[in-house]
Design a binder for this molecule. Structure first.
Ligand SMILES: [Mn+2]
Length: 308
């Protein structure tokens, strides 16, 4: 990977559609490193309305939505499926990720499915190559670690997570800015949308399954964002007895985004794969086109019924 980076003059760093702190944080840390090498670097994401929570990350304002023609090398971060890049990549591509479902679509693939975040994959690679992590890089790497471990509460959190957190804190990561932005800030629109989602949510199979159906209208009335829906979904996993949570959300273009969460033995990655999606065992997603919210829900319900 570092050889390919050395040989390229203009490098594009790709954050996936609707980037989270892990995807953007990895790209941000790499951006700092490439600036040090005096490379020409473009930060790219197809999503124009990026979650403003991520604005604390270094280089947030450098994000571009037009793929540059002169790029010689692209690097994608935290993106398991090629189509989630949202662009046809016309040059060599390094694929850095930690998703088990990663399609290994890169010219070079740097995938570690034991890592809790993509920033951890990158952190290991930096360390292995003796690359010094400055405070900007430390903050960006820590942001992905903090977010993907859900504040060090996710089941995958282990000694390796805390060792990385400790080293990044030593390297002067702004851990309080990360905590504030990712876990404490709330917008009024987000609270209104979550309120509406919790009111409309229903429980099935003796309250072991939670269902959220989010219409375009709910999004429009509250002004809430996609990520707020994911947050409400996560929160509903905290209900007693819940083993599976499903959220289906209508996009403005009529397509449907599905998100699944589970605990225990339930493998939602397998369920999502039935619908062309992917993710992890306990968190997965899928995209459906040409179907109504209700029809899509009925199809998923059939799959859920088989499990309960
Ligand atoms: Mn990730």
């Amino acid at each position: 990977m570092f050889k390919a980076i050395e040989n390229a003059q203009h490098i594009v760093l790709i954050a996936h559609i609707n980037p989270d702190a892990d995807s953007f944080g990895s790209a941000s840390a790499m951006y700092t490193y490439l600036m040090r090498l005096e490379k020409k670097v473009t930060l790219f994401c197809v999503t124009e309305r990026i979650n403003p929570r991520l604005a604390f990350l270094p280089w947030f304002d450098k994000m571009r939505h037009q793929f540059p023609k002169s790029a010689e090398l692209a690097i994608s971060f935290d993106c398991g499926a090629y189509k989630r890049l949202g662009v046809e990549v016309p040059c060599d591509l390094i694929n850095i990720d930690h998703h088990k479902s990663n399609e290994a679509y890169g010219t070079i693939n740097v995938i570690d499915t034991t890592a809790i975040s993509t920033t951890q994959v990158l952190y290991d690679a930096f360390n292995k190559h003796g690359i010094k992590i400055n405070p900007k890089m430390a903050t960006a790497l820590y942001a992905g670690l903090l977010d993907d471990s859900h504040g060090f509460l996710a089941p995958k959190t282990d000694a390796r997570s805390f060792k990385m957190a400790s080293a990044l804190t030593e390297a002067k990561a702004d851990i309080s800015a990360c905590a504030q932005a990712l876990f404490h800030h709330n917008s009024l629109a987000a609270l209104r949308l979550k309120g509406m989602m919790f009111e409309k949510m229903y429980l099935l199979f003796d309250a072991r399954v939670v269902i959220h159906l989010v219409t375009k209208e709910m999004m429009a009335i509250t002004g809430g964002r996609e990520v707020d829906c994911e947050a409400a979904l996560e929160e509903s996993m905290g209900l007693p007895h819940v083993e599976l949570a499903l959220m289906l959300r209508e996009n403005r273009n009529g397509s449907i985004k599905g998100s699944l969460r589970s605990i225990g033995d339930l493998d939602v990655e397998r369920m999502a794969k039935n619908f062309g999606g992917g993710g992890h065992r306990h968190a997965a997603g899928l995209d459906v086109e040409g179907s109504s919210l209700e029809a899509c829900y009925q199809k998923l319900l059939t799959v859920i019924k088989e499990e309960f």
